[in-house]
Design a protein around this ligand. Structure first.
Ligand code: SAM
Length: 172
């Protein structure tokens, strides 16, 4: 698996709480190890920590005070998701062959120009505007198809897949 982390840029606590929470849940569920938020938001940290406590895994959420410097110091590949980029499928081969960790950047509002300049790949999931949640889910599932099948150790609950009903067991 390619080791992936996500940088969520432009998070505005007053209006992006729900969508940033969904970006973080998607990152966790689809196999990323960590999400970095550009602004502190304890409500999102609490929601994600609660989910991890219940359902397990080692997903980490943290805040970066200076996203530009964080990106410049990143040791590995950087993929920026933007509707203006080149098709993801054109870069999948080179990204999945690399052994380097991958930082995936998603925006909220318009991202600053340095994001395009610092990224190794400015990549689009189609060239129509949609959502950071859908773009991230599709990207992670193509880079690491096994990511959403991984087991999450150490939680209190486990979902038992069922075609008929809601079924979970307590692991306590
Ligand atoms: N109007 C904004 C702009 O000009 O960048 C787009 C904001 S969009 C709601 C939020 C984020 O969703 C973008 O920063 C990008 O990461 C992601 N996104 C939206 N459409 C995408 C696409 N077709 N391909 C890849 N990422 C996309």
């Amino acid at each position: 698996m390619v080791s992936c982390e996500v940088l969520r840029l432009g998070h505005r606590p007053e209006r992006d709480k729900r969508i940033t929470t969904h970006v973080a849940l998607t990152a966790r569920a689809f196999g990323a190890n960590k999400i970095h938020l550009n602004r502190p938001d304890s409500r999102i940290v609490k929601t994600i920590s609660d989910v991890s406590e219940k359902f397990g895994g080692n997903f980490i959420i943290e805040t970066v005070s200076n996203p530009k410097s964080f990106v410049q110091k990143w040791k590995g590949n950087i993929l920026h998701l933007t509707m203006f980029g080149i098709p993801l499928n054109e870069k999948l081969g080179v990204i999945t062959k690399s052994k380097e960790p991958l930082l995936i950047i998603v925006g909220a509002e318009k991202v600053p120009p340095w994001v395009f300049e610092c990224s190794d790949y400015n990549v689009a999931v189609g060239n129509q505007p949609h959502s950071e949640v859908s773009a991230l889910a599709i990207t992670l599932s193509k880079i690491n198809p096994e990511g959403c099948e991984q087991s999450f150790d150490g939680g209190l609950l486990e979902v038992i897949p069922s075609s008929e009903r809601r079924n979970m067991i307590s692991k306590e």
